[in-house]
Design a protein around this ligand. Sequence first.
Ligand SMILES: NC(=O)c1ccc[n+]([C@@H]2O[C@H](COP(=O)([O-])OP(=O)(O)OC[C@H]3O[C@@H](n4cnc5c(N)ncnc54)[C@H](OP(=O)(O)O)[C@@H]3O)[C@@H](O)[C@H]2O)c1
Length: 207
Amino acid sequence: MRIGIIGAGHIGSTLAKYFVSAGHLVAIANSRGPETLRDLEADLGYNAEATTAPGAGRFGEVAVVSVPFGRYTEIPVAELAGKTVVDTMNYHPQRDGVYPQLDSDDTTSSELLQRHLSSSHVVKAFNTTPFDKLRDFPRTGGEALLYGVPVAGDDDAAKRCAFDLIEEMGFQPVDTGSLAEGGRKQQPDSSVFGVVLPAEELRARLS
Ligand SMILES: NC(=O)c1ccc[n+]([C@@H]2O[C@H](COP(=O)([O-])OP(=O)(O)OC[C@H]3O[C@@H](n4cnc5c(N)ncnc54)[C@H](OP(=O)(O)O)[C@@H]3O)[C@@H](O)[C@H]2O)c1
């Protein structure tokens, strides 16, 4: 599968490594341009290329958006139309600026992204797991499939796509519900944020 990754930082680059090792083709972008990503590109090997954000959007059959939430309106819209978009972002007001509708809990950051990408199918995943644990946990031994990754979304096919990627990585997807309901369960103030738990324990904590 062709996967476009917008955001080449801790999470974007960690996911890129998983995806290329699973045999996917990756195009990855940051805000400063592909020439600033040559080291990562070399590290990822022949199945990856550095590009621009619109380039990654066009390239991907599926896309990952992994930028600071405060920049979500910069994510290209037309290039992602009709596609599954995996949203790893979290709202941190001290970094992202204040969004009153999030502070009042009227909506969630993923619903705002979905509104921006109105023709795409947004799935929230990989947002609760610190990047170093995401990088290291499935490789710690025979318990690979035990660790859970929460997934929220409104579109079943898009969720299935995220589930498949998570399973390939050696984690177990845990469905938290819609972007509104599940998205709230995965937010920075939630009980599953910042921890890595065996899938059964994660399910118990979420219920
Ligand atoms: N770090 C974690 O452990 C962790 C865990 C779960 C979720 N998250 C969430 O996932 C998101 C990414 O986190 P991170 O730690 O990977 O961030 P990061 O290391 O700061 O990387 C952010 C990346 O986004 C790029 N970027 C910023 N604006 C962009 C734009 N308009 N178009 C394209 N690329 C853009 C940056 O490129 P430039 O450097 O060129 O600006 C950089 O490559 C955040 O929302 C964060 O809250 C983080």
